[in-house]
Design a protein around this ligand. Structure first.
Ligand code: AMP
Length: 268
């Protein structure tokens, strides 16, 4: 595995290679990230992983500072999974890379875009830089961050970015909740609560298929198990990303909530 810090070096290597898979991450890798790496390894000749905690996508400085960082362990994980190139740029390497001006897609004012002002602008800025440095690849991204996936696909389409975004299934803990780097900030009791949030939503969706979505019922149940703050619970059509009234196999229930001061998202 080659560890590369410089944008021009990784750009040269990737430009010369064919059938490259790219897994952009913010590090503190877990089984969710590993599943993307494995999919890329299976489908591509070379796999690049990037680790860059993008300050522009954090709307609160405190959240950026407390974001977990485990770089030595990340190196080990990438090596173990036979990643070919690990790109670990600093801020300047990413943002001083010259790209043409990007067109930002129009975003519906829902969920993460409504509750985290400028978050997706930061995501689109970093993705347009990274996809220009590491260009013309298959980009593996998780459905755990479904709204991000949807927006990055749109960004690529309207800017004619020569990379293909591949959606990958959410990897969950045996207890049901989605794996996330932020889970490391929480203790065992919190993990039990997260597992109960998953169970409530999953059970509700299964038993209410083809019925009208009752958000208040869910909110009350989730608040009863110790969640004090919920940003949103929405029922969303996975194809057109619009809010729906009726639960169906085409819809997922999206949630953002806080446990201690940690903000967690999932869609089930
Ligand atoms: P992050 O490091 O959190 O920015 O995530 C990097 C990539 O890994 C994104 O495309 C995420 O959607 C994806 N990812 C994070 N957690 C999971 C998970 N539990 N299952 C599948 N993909 C995930």
């Amino acid at each position: 595995m080659k560890i590369i810090k410089k944008s021009n070096i990784i750009n040269k290597i990737i430009s010369r290679s064919k059938n490259v898979g790219f897994v952009p991450t913010m590090g503190t890798l877990h089984q969710g990230h590993i599943s993307l790496i494995e999919k890329s390894k299976k489908e591509c000749s070379k796999t690049v992983v990037s680790i860059f905690v993008n300050p522009k996508q954090f709307n609160k400085k405190k959240d950026f500072v407390s974001y977990p960082k485990k770089i030595m362990n990340d190196f080990k994980i990438c090596k173990l999974h036979k990643v070919d190139y690990l790109f670990v740029p600093n801020f300047n390497e990413v943002y001083s890379w010259k790209t043409k001006k990007i067109i930002y897609p129009k975003l519906a004012n829902i969920m993460e875009h409504k509750f985290r002002k400028n978050h997706f602008k930061g995501v689109m800025d970093v993705m347009s830089k990274l996809l220009s440095i590491i260009n013309n690849t298959k980009v593996y991204m998780g459905e755990k961050d479904y709204q991000q996936l949807y927006i990055v696909k749109k960004l690529c389409k309207i800017n004619q970015i020569q990379s293909k975004i591949i959606s990958c299934k959410t990897i969950r803990s045996p207890k049901g909740y989605a794996l996330s780097s932020r889970n490391l900030l929480l203790d065992k009791t919190s993990h039990e609560i997260m597992s109960n949030v998953f169970k409530i939503i999953n059970e509700y969706k299964k038993t209410n298929m083809n019925k009208i979505f009752n958000v208040n019922f869910l909110k009350t149940k989730i608040k009863k198990i110790g969640i004090k703050k919920i940003d949103y619970i929405n029922l969303i059509n996975l194809i057109n990303f619009k809010a729906q009234k009726k639960i169906s196999i085409k819809t997922n229930i999206f949630i953002a909530y806080y446990l201690k001061n940690v903000r967690l998202i999932d869609n089930i």
